[in-house]
Design a protein around this ligand. Structure first.
Ligand code: ZN
Length: 261
């Protein structure tokens, strides 16, 4: 898989004479997650804005328009000294790594769909919750998704839930966040067959303080449920899950566009 991916990147490099994909490869190799999560995200397609930012040669393909799709901030929860949830069975999996691996996959899928993305962290660094929201606003993000995995005292707790912040002062943002949460939940459940715990209000700092954009927080499954953890260890399952997230975000964006027409 990794060899195939490298060959694909090399071919792209030779064809386009660009370096972004190589950079992507290096980042992938630096993944600090446990082995099953060292999954390479899909290589950005040639239509990716970053790739075409290099001046084209005289005979090169004509420049493509810059994507008019919204800038999406992807927030892999926890990081550094903050491990987040941990699995009960050994080897012990840490939520911070699972979040980062998922965020990278989501980033790849979104880029392939023409979205611009920024990650609040792209390695195992620690950021406060306030720093995450500040970064999202400073970068002028237009949508925000925070990725987490769950834990509970009961080992039977299972399923996926998506949170949005309910604010009387920000009616439109609340409505938009709720619509995005529902679209993401629907697609993720369809993609994985996991149990749905629904769309819920959540008073979490990152979705409360990202005041200038619709924001959601997804809990993608319970690390304390042995059956669910087994699924989460499988890179193929994680791909389905994150592809579902990307499809949900895209569906929300498309429906907003139709509303405006
Ligand atoms: Zn978490």
């Amino acid at each position: 898989m990794t060899r195939l991916f490298l060959r694909f990147c090399l071919t792209l490099l030779l064809m386009l004479g660009l370096t972004n994909c190589a950079r992507e490869t290096i980042i992938v190799q630096e993944v600090v997650c446990p082995q099953p999560y060292a999954v390479a995200p899909p290589c950005p397609s040639p239509s990716d804005k970053n790739l075409v930012s290099v001046p084209p040669k005289a005979t090169a393909i004509k420049p493509r328009p810059i994507s008019d799709k919204p800038l999406i901030i992807i927030d892999p929860g926890h990081g550094g000294k903050d491990l987040g949830a941990v699995s009960l069975s050994k080897p012990v999996y840490q939520e911070k790594n699972l979040n980062l691996a998922s965020a990278r996959l989501l980033e790849g899928f979104l880029k392939n769909q023409g979205y611009r993305t920024i990650m609040t962290r792209s390695d195992d660094s620690f950021l406060t919750l306030e720093e995450r929201a500040e970064l999202a606003k400073a970068k002028k993000g237009q949508l925000f998704i925070s990725i987490h995995y769950n834990s509970a005292p009961s080992r039977n707790a299972e399923g996926i839930e998506v949170f949005y912040f309910d604010s009387d002062k920000e009616k439109e943002r609340t409505q938009d966040s709720k619509a995005m949460a529902q679209a993401v939940l629907d697609k993720v459940i369809a993609a994985t067959g996991a149990a749905s715990r629904g769309v819920k209000h959540g008073n979490y700092s990152v979705i409360r303080n990202t005041t200038s954009m619709p924001a959601i927080l997804i809990e993608g499954g319970f690390m304390t449920n042995e059956k669910e953890m087994e699924k989460l260890k499988d890179p193929q399952y994680l791909k389905k899950l994150t592809l579902g997230m990307a499809q949900g975000i895209d569906q929300y964006v498309q429906s907003k566009r139709k509303e405006k027409k």
